[in-house]
Design a protein around this ligand. Structure first.
Ligand code: HEC
Ligand code: HEC
Length: 302
Protein backbone atom coordinates (compact mmCIF):
# COMPACT_ATOMS: atom_id res chain seq x y z
CA UNK A 1 0.00 0.00 0.00
CA UNK A 2 2.74 2.36 1.07
CA UNK A 3 4.75 1.41 -2.01
CA UNK A 4 1.78 2.10 -4.30
CA UNK A 5 1.33 5.51 -2.71
CA UNK A 6 5.01 6.32 -3.14
CA UNK A 7 4.85 5.22 -6.78
CA UNK A 8 1.80 7.41 -7.29
CA UNK A 9 3.53 10.42 -5.76
CA UNK A 10 6.63 9.74 -7.86
CA UNK A 11 4.49 9.60 -11.01
CA UNK A 12 2.76 12.82 -10.07
CA UNK A 13 6.07 14.57 -9.49
CA UNK A 14 7.43 13.30 -12.82
CA UNK A 15 4.23 14.41 -14.55
CA UNK A 16 4.40 17.90 -13.06
CA UNK A 17 8.10 18.21 -13.85
CA UNK A 18 7.35 17.09 -17.43
CA UNK A 19 4.54 19.63 -17.83
CA UNK A 20 6.81 22.33 -16.40
CA UNK A 21 9.60 21.37 -18.83
CA UNK A 22 7.21 21.38 -21.80
CA UNK A 23 5.81 24.83 -20.94
CA UNK A 24 9.38 26.05 -20.53
CA UNK A 25 10.73 24.59 -23.75
CA UNK A 26 7.73 25.05 -26.07
CA UNK A 27 6.60 28.49 -24.83
CA UNK A 28 6.51 31.42 -25.30
CA UNK A 29 5.57 31.12 -28.95
CA UNK A 30 7.92 33.69 -30.44
CA UNK A 31 8.54 34.69 -34.03
CA UNK A 32 11.84 36.29 -35.08
CA UNK A 33 11.63 40.09 -34.88
CA UNK A 34 11.33 41.51 -38.36
CA UNK A 35 14.45 43.02 -39.90
CA UNK A 36 15.02 46.57 -41.06
CA UNK A 37 13.78 49.96 -39.99
CA UNK A 38 10.25 51.33 -40.24
CA UNK A 39 9.74 54.29 -42.61
CA UNK A 40 9.55 57.52 -40.70
CA UNK A 41 7.80 60.71 -41.82
CA UNK A 42 6.44 63.79 -40.00
CA UNK A 43 2.89 62.45 -40.49
CA UNK A 44 3.82 59.06 -39.00
CA UNK A 45 5.62 60.65 -36.05
CA UNK A 46 2.58 62.83 -35.33
CA UNK A 47 0.20 59.86 -35.56
CA UNK A 48 2.58 57.82 -33.39
CA UNK A 49 2.67 60.49 -30.68
CA UNK A 50 -1.14 60.69 -30.72
CA UNK A 51 -1.38 56.92 -30.32
CA UNK A 52 1.34 56.83 -27.62
CA UNK A 53 -0.09 59.69 -25.52
CA UNK A 54 -3.83 59.68 -26.22
CA UNK A 55 -5.20 56.44 -27.67
CA UNK A 56 -3.05 53.53 -26.56
CA UNK A 57 -2.04 54.77 -23.09
CA UNK A 58 1.64 53.90 -23.55
CA UNK A 59 2.62 57.19 -21.88
CA UNK A 60 0.45 56.43 -18.81
CA UNK A 61 2.16 53.15 -17.96
CA UNK A 62 5.67 53.92 -19.19
CA UNK A 63 6.03 57.33 -17.46
CA UNK A 64 6.50 58.46 -13.88
CA UNK A 65 3.13 59.87 -12.78
CA UNK A 66 1.90 62.00 -9.87
CA UNK A 67 -0.52 60.01 -7.64
CA UNK A 68 -1.50 63.19 -5.76
CA UNK A 69 -3.12 64.78 -8.85
CA UNK A 70 -6.37 63.76 -10.54
CA UNK A 71 -6.00 60.99 -13.15
CA UNK A 72 -2.25 60.57 -12.58
CA UNK A 73 -0.57 63.18 -14.83
CA UNK A 74 3.01 62.58 -15.97
CA UNK A 75 5.54 64.41 -13.76
CA UNK A 76 7.96 66.87 -15.43
CA UNK A 77 10.96 64.89 -16.65
CA UNK A 78 9.16 61.58 -16.16
CA UNK A 79 7.89 61.05 -19.70
CA UNK A 80 8.42 57.55 -21.17
CA UNK A 81 11.36 56.82 -18.85
CA UNK A 82 9.65 53.76 -17.32
CA UNK A 83 8.58 52.91 -13.79
CA UNK A 84 8.09 50.16 -11.29
CA UNK A 85 4.46 49.53 -10.25
CA UNK A 86 3.63 48.89 -6.59
CA UNK A 87 3.93 45.14 -5.83
CA UNK A 88 0.65 43.28 -6.41
CA UNK A 89 -0.61 39.71 -6.03
CA UNK A 90 1.32 38.59 -9.11
CA UNK A 91 4.67 40.14 -8.23
CA UNK A 92 6.35 43.33 -9.34
CA UNK A 93 5.75 44.76 -12.81
CA UNK A 94 8.28 47.14 -14.27
CA UNK A 95 7.34 49.11 -17.40
CA UNK A 96 10.69 49.66 -19.13
CA UNK A 97 12.29 52.94 -20.16
CA UNK A 98 11.26 53.57 -23.80
CA UNK A 99 13.35 56.70 -24.40
CA UNK A 100 16.25 56.44 -26.82
CA UNK A 101 18.88 56.12 -24.08
CA UNK A 102 21.15 53.27 -25.32
CA UNK A 103 22.10 51.91 -21.90
CA UNK A 104 18.87 52.08 -19.86
CA UNK A 105 16.24 52.74 -22.58
CA UNK A 106 15.17 51.41 -25.97
CA UNK A 107 18.09 52.99 -27.87
CA UNK A 108 19.66 49.64 -28.77
CA UNK A 109 16.47 47.65 -29.39
CA UNK A 110 15.63 47.23 -33.07
CA UNK A 111 12.38 48.41 -34.63
CA UNK A 112 11.46 44.74 -35.05
CA UNK A 113 12.00 44.17 -31.31
CA UNK A 114 9.66 47.04 -30.46
CA UNK A 115 6.91 45.87 -32.85
CA UNK A 116 7.14 42.30 -31.55
CA UNK A 117 6.98 43.47 -27.91
CA UNK A 118 3.97 45.71 -28.54
CA UNK A 119 1.82 43.25 -30.50
CA UNK A 120 3.19 39.81 -29.61
CA UNK A 121 4.36 40.11 -26.01
CA UNK A 122 8.02 39.12 -26.45
CA UNK A 123 10.67 41.42 -24.91
CA UNK A 124 13.80 42.47 -26.81
CA UNK A 125 15.66 39.81 -24.79
CA UNK A 126 13.20 37.06 -25.80
CA UNK A 127 11.36 36.92 -22.48
CA UNK A 128 7.57 36.52 -22.40
CA UNK A 129 6.03 39.79 -21.21
CA UNK A 130 3.55 39.85 -18.35
CA UNK A 131 0.12 40.41 -19.95
CA UNK A 132 -0.47 43.49 -17.75
CA UNK A 133 1.29 45.09 -20.73
CA UNK A 134 -1.85 44.84 -22.92
CA UNK A 135 -0.21 43.24 -25.95
CA UNK A 136 -3.17 40.90 -26.47
CA UNK A 137 -5.20 44.04 -27.30
CA UNK A 138 -2.41 45.69 -29.30
CA UNK A 139 -2.27 42.49 -31.40
CA UNK A 140 -5.19 44.10 -33.29
CA UNK A 141 -3.16 47.24 -34.04
CA UNK A 142 -2.64 47.85 -37.75
CA UNK A 143 0.86 47.70 -39.23
CA UNK A 144 0.55 51.39 -40.08
CA UNK A 145 -0.28 52.32 -36.47
CA UNK A 146 2.37 50.16 -34.79
CA UNK A 147 5.01 51.44 -37.22
CA UNK A 148 3.93 55.02 -36.49
CA UNK A 149 4.39 54.37 -32.77
CA UNK A 150 7.89 53.04 -33.39
CA UNK A 151 8.72 56.04 -35.62
CA UNK A 152 7.59 58.28 -32.74
CA UNK A 153 9.43 56.34 -29.99
CA UNK A 154 12.67 56.94 -31.90
CA UNK A 155 12.18 60.71 -31.50
CA UNK A 156 11.83 60.65 -27.68
CA UNK A 157 15.02 62.23 -26.26
CA UNK A 158 17.16 59.91 -24.12
CA UNK A 159 16.50 59.90 -20.40
CA UNK A 160 18.74 57.81 -18.16
CA UNK A 161 16.67 55.63 -15.82
CA UNK A 162 17.98 52.25 -14.81
CA UNK A 163 15.20 49.91 -13.65
CA UNK A 164 15.17 46.30 -12.47
CA UNK A 165 13.39 43.61 -14.52
CA UNK A 166 9.81 42.61 -13.68
CA UNK A 167 9.60 39.88 -11.05
CA UNK A 168 6.44 37.84 -11.60
CA UNK A 169 5.69 35.19 -8.98
CA UNK A 170 4.89 31.50 -9.44
CA UNK A 171 2.51 30.17 -10.82
CA UNK A 172 1.84 33.27 -12.97
CA UNK A 173 5.48 33.22 -14.10
CA UNK A 174 4.68 29.89 -15.83
CA UNK A 175 1.08 30.60 -16.93
CA UNK A 176 2.10 33.82 -18.66
CA UNK A 177 4.45 31.92 -20.98
CA UNK A 178 1.32 30.67 -22.77
CA UNK A 179 -0.01 34.16 -23.62
CA UNK A 180 2.37 35.62 -26.27
CA UNK A 181 1.45 34.77 -29.83
CA UNK A 182 2.85 35.82 -33.24
CA UNK A 183 0.80 38.29 -35.29
CA UNK A 184 0.53 38.35 -39.10
CA UNK A 185 0.11 41.57 -41.12
CA UNK A 186 -2.82 43.70 -39.87
CA UNK A 187 -4.57 45.93 -42.45
CA UNK A 188 -5.84 49.38 -41.41
CA UNK A 189 -9.47 49.87 -40.30
CA UNK A 190 -11.39 52.52 -42.24
CA UNK A 191 -12.59 55.58 -40.30
CA UNK A 192 -15.48 55.73 -42.80
CA UNK A 193 -17.00 52.69 -41.02
CA UNK A 194 -17.68 54.06 -37.49
CA UNK A 195 -18.73 50.71 -35.98
CA UNK A 196 -15.59 48.93 -37.18
CA UNK A 197 -13.40 51.91 -36.29
CA UNK A 198 -15.02 52.15 -32.83
CA UNK A 199 -14.43 48.44 -32.21
CA UNK A 200 -10.80 48.92 -33.26
CA UNK A 201 -10.37 51.85 -30.88
CA UNK A 202 -11.91 50.03 -27.90
CA UNK A 203 -9.21 47.39 -28.34
CA UNK A 204 -6.13 49.52 -28.93
CA UNK A 205 -7.17 52.18 -26.41
CA UNK A 206 -7.59 49.66 -23.61
CA UNK A 207 -11.33 50.22 -22.96
CA UNK A 208 -11.95 46.51 -23.54
CA UNK A 209 -8.84 45.48 -21.56
CA UNK A 210 -9.64 47.64 -18.51
CA UNK A 211 -13.42 47.23 -18.58
CA UNK A 212 -13.44 43.40 -18.70
CA UNK A 213 -12.68 41.16 -15.71
CA UNK A 214 -9.00 40.12 -15.77
CA UNK A 215 -8.22 36.92 -13.90
CA UNK A 216 -4.85 35.16 -13.77
CA UNK A 217 -3.40 37.18 -16.64
CA UNK A 218 -6.38 36.54 -18.94
CA UNK A 219 -9.23 38.73 -20.10
CA UNK A 220 -12.50 36.86 -19.46
CA UNK A 221 -13.88 36.70 -23.02
CA UNK A 222 -17.44 35.84 -21.92
CA UNK A 223 -17.66 39.14 -20.02
CA UNK A 224 -16.31 41.69 -22.49
CA UNK A 225 -16.95 45.28 -21.30
CA UNK A 226 -18.82 44.10 -18.18
CA UNK A 227 -16.38 45.92 -15.85
CA UNK A 228 -14.80 44.40 -12.77
CA UNK A 229 -11.09 44.67 -13.67
CA UNK A 230 -9.36 45.66 -10.44
CA UNK A 231 -6.48 48.13 -10.17
CA UNK A 232 -4.30 49.31 -7.35
CA UNK A 233 -4.40 53.13 -7.46
CA UNK A 234 -2.30 53.67 -4.33
CA UNK A 235 -0.71 51.12 -1.98
CA UNK A 236 -3.61 49.11 -0.56
CA UNK A 237 -6.28 51.10 -2.47
CA UNK A 238 -8.25 49.33 -5.21
CA UNK A 239 -10.34 50.75 -8.05
CA UNK A 240 -12.73 48.61 -10.06
CA UNK A 241 -13.74 49.45 -13.64
CA UNK A 242 -17.42 50.00 -14.46
CA UNK A 243 -19.76 48.03 -16.75
CA UNK A 244 -19.79 49.57 -20.25
CA UNK A 245 -22.39 47.22 -21.76
CA UNK A 246 -25.86 48.62 -22.61
CA UNK A 247 -27.35 46.99 -19.52
CA UNK A 248 -29.57 49.83 -18.11
CA UNK A 249 -29.00 49.39 -14.36
CA UNK A 250 -25.36 48.45 -13.88
CA UNK A 251 -24.16 49.41 -17.37
CA UNK A 252 -24.43 52.57 -19.46
CA UNK A 253 -27.74 51.71 -21.17
CA UNK A 254 -29.55 54.68 -19.63
CA UNK A 255 -26.79 57.16 -20.56
CA UNK A 256 -27.34 59.23 -23.71
CA UNK A 257 -24.61 59.60 -26.31
CA UNK A 258 -24.17 63.24 -25.26
CA UNK A 259 -23.77 62.26 -21.60
CA UNK A 260 -21.24 59.61 -22.57
CA UNK A 261 -19.21 62.09 -24.65
CA UNK A 262 -19.41 64.73 -21.89
CA UNK A 263 -17.70 62.35 -19.48
CA UNK A 264 -14.62 62.73 -21.67
CA UNK A 265 -14.95 66.40 -22.60
CA UNK A 266 -15.34 67.54 -18.99
CA UNK A 267 -11.65 66.74 -18.44
CA UNK A 268 -10.34 68.59 -21.49
CA UNK A 269 -9.23 71.57 -19.45
CA UNK A 270 -7.34 69.34 -16.99
CA UNK A 271 -5.69 67.62 -19.95
CA UNK A 272 -4.54 70.95 -21.35
CA UNK A 273 -3.73 72.98 -18.19
CA UNK A 274 -2.93 70.32 -15.59
CA UNK A 275 -5.20 68.50 -13.17
CA UNK A 276 -5.98 69.44 -9.55
CA UNK A 277 -4.68 67.80 -6.38
CA UNK A 278 -6.64 64.83 -5.07
CA UNK A 279 -6.22 62.45 -2.13
CA UNK A 280 -4.49 59.35 -3.59
CA UNK A 281 -7.23 57.07 -2.25
CA UNK A 282 -9.84 58.98 -4.30
CA UNK A 283 -7.79 58.97 -7.49
CA UNK A 284 -8.65 57.14 -10.69
CA UNK A 285 -6.74 54.97 -13.15
CA UNK A 286 -9.29 55.72 -15.90
CA UNK A 287 -6.98 57.61 -18.31
CA UNK A 288 -9.17 60.72 -18.59
CA UNK A 289 -6.29 63.10 -19.35
CA UNK A 290 -5.27 61.20 -22.47
CA UNK A 291 -8.75 60.18 -23.61
CA UNK A 292 -10.13 63.74 -23.23
CA UNK A 293 -7.82 64.69 -26.11
CA UNK A 294 -9.10 62.01 -28.49
CA UNK A 295 -10.48 63.47 -31.73
CA UNK A 296 -14.31 63.75 -31.70
CA UNK A 297 -14.73 61.24 -34.54
CA UNK A 298 -12.92 58.68 -32.39
CA UNK A 299 -15.13 59.35 -29.35
CA UNK A 300 -18.29 59.07 -31.42
CA UNK A 301 -17.10 55.83 -33.04
CA UNK A 302 -16.45 54.35 -29.56
C1 HEC B 1 -1.11 48.94 -18.47
C2 HEC B 1 0.27 49.35 -18.53
C3 HEC B 1 0.98 49.37 -19.87
C4 HEC B 1 0.57 49.94 -21.05
C5 HEC B 1 -0.74 50.66 -21.33
C6 HEC B 1 1.65 49.76 -21.97
N1 HEC B 1 2.68 49.08 -21.39
FE1 HEC B 1 4.39 48.49 -22.32
N2 HEC B 1 4.89 47.39 -20.68
C7 HEC B 1 4.24 47.43 -19.47
C8 HEC B 1 4.91 46.53 -18.54
C9 HEC B 1 4.54 46.28 -17.09
C10 HEC B 1 5.98 45.95 -19.26
C11 HEC B 1 6.98 44.92 -18.74
C12 HEC B 1 6.40 43.54 -18.75
C13 HEC B 1 7.37 42.48 -18.27
O1 HEC B 1 8.53 42.82 -18.01
O2 HEC B 1 6.98 41.31 -18.18
C14 HEC B 1 5.93 46.52 -20.60
C15 HEC B 1 6.84 46.19 -21.63
C16 HEC B 1 6.94 46.88 -22.82
C17 HEC B 1 7.97 46.67 -23.82
C18 HEC B 1 9.05 45.61 -23.77
C19 HEC B 1 10.41 46.18 -23.58
C20 HEC B 1 11.48 45.10 -23.73
O3 HEC B 1 12.05 44.71 -22.72
O4 HEC B 1 11.74 44.67 -24.84
C21 HEC B 1 7.76 47.60 -24.82
C22 HEC B 1 8.58 47.83 -26.08
C23 HEC B 1 6.57 48.35 -24.46
N3 HEC B 1 6.09 47.88 -23.25
C24 HEC B 1 6.02 49.36 -25.22
C25 HEC B 1 4.71 49.86 -25.01
C26 HEC B 1 4.00 50.68 -25.97
C27 HEC B 1 4.56 51.23 -27.26
C28 HEC B 1 2.74 50.88 -25.45
C29 HEC B 1 1.57 51.55 -26.10
C30 HEC B 1 1.18 51.04 -27.42
C31 HEC B 1 2.71 50.21 -24.14
N4 HEC B 1 3.92 49.61 -23.93
C32 HEC B 1 1.64 50.23 -23.28
C33 HEC B 1 3.11 48.16 -19.17
C34 HEC B 1 2.32 48.82 -20.10
C1 HEC C 1 -6.28 51.77 -17.33
C2 HEC C 1 -7.61 51.24 -17.30
C3 HEC C 1 -8.73 51.92 -18.04
C4 HEC C 1 -8.79 52.23 -19.39
C5 HEC C 1 -7.69 52.09 -20.43
C6 HEC C 1 -10.12 52.72 -19.63
N1 HEC C 1 -10.84 52.74 -18.46
FE1 HEC C 1 -12.71 53.55 -18.23
N2 HEC C 1 -12.56 53.31 -16.19
C7 HEC C 1 -11.55 52.61 -15.55
C8 HEC C 1 -11.88 52.52 -14.13
C9 HEC C 1 -11.03 51.81 -13.07
C10 HEC C 1 -13.11 53.19 -13.95
C11 HEC C 1 -13.89 53.28 -12.66
C12 HEC C 1 -14.08 54.61 -12.07
C13 HEC C 1 -12.84 55.35 -11.76
O1 HEC C 1 -11.87 54.83 -11.17
O2 HEC C 1 -12.82 56.54 -12.10
C14 HEC C 1 -13.51 53.69 -15.28
C15 HEC C 1 -14.65 54.44 -15.54
C16 HEC C 1 -15.18 54.68 -16.80
C17 HEC C 1 -16.46 55.29 -17.09
C18 HEC C 1 -17.46 55.76 -16.04
C19 HEC C 1 -17.30 57.17 -15.71
C20 HEC C 1 -18.35 57.66 -14.74
O3 HEC C 1 -18.00 58.62 -14.07
O4 HEC C 1 -19.44 57.10 -14.69
C21 HEC C 1 -16.62 55.33 -18.46
C22 HEC C 1 -17.81 55.88 -19.23
C23 HEC C 1 -15.43 54.72 -19.03
N3 HEC C 1 -14.56 54.36 -18.01
C24 HEC C 1 -15.21 54.53 -20.38
C25 HEC C 1 -14.01 54.12 -20.95
C26 HEC C 1 -13.72 54.09 -22.38
C27 HEC C 1 -14.73 54.40 -23.47
C28 HEC C 1 -12.41 53.70 -22.52
C29 HEC C 1 -11.58 53.58 -23.80
C30 HEC C 1 -11.56 54.73 -24.66
C31 HEC C 1 -11.89 53.47 -21.17
N4 HEC C 1 -12.88 53.72 -20.26
C32 HEC C 1 -10.58 53.09 -20.90
C33 HEC C 1 -10.41 52.09 -16.13
C34 HEC C 1 -10.03 52.26 -17.46
Amino acid sequence: MKKALLALIALLVIGLAGAYAIVHLAFPKAAQPRAGKVDSSPARIERGKYLFDVIAGCADCHSVVDPTRFALPVVPGGYAKGKQFPPGGEGVQVAPNLTSDPATGAGRWSDGHLIRAIREGIGHDGRPLFPGMPYSEYAHMSDEDVESIVAYIRTIPPSVNSLPASRITFPMSIIMRLVPSPVAAVPPVSKADPAAYGAYLTKISGCQFCHTPFVKGQTIKEKLFAGGHEFETAPGIRAVSVNLTPEPKTGIGSMSEAQFLDKFYQYKEYAEKGSPAIRPELNTVMPWLGLARMDPAGHKAI
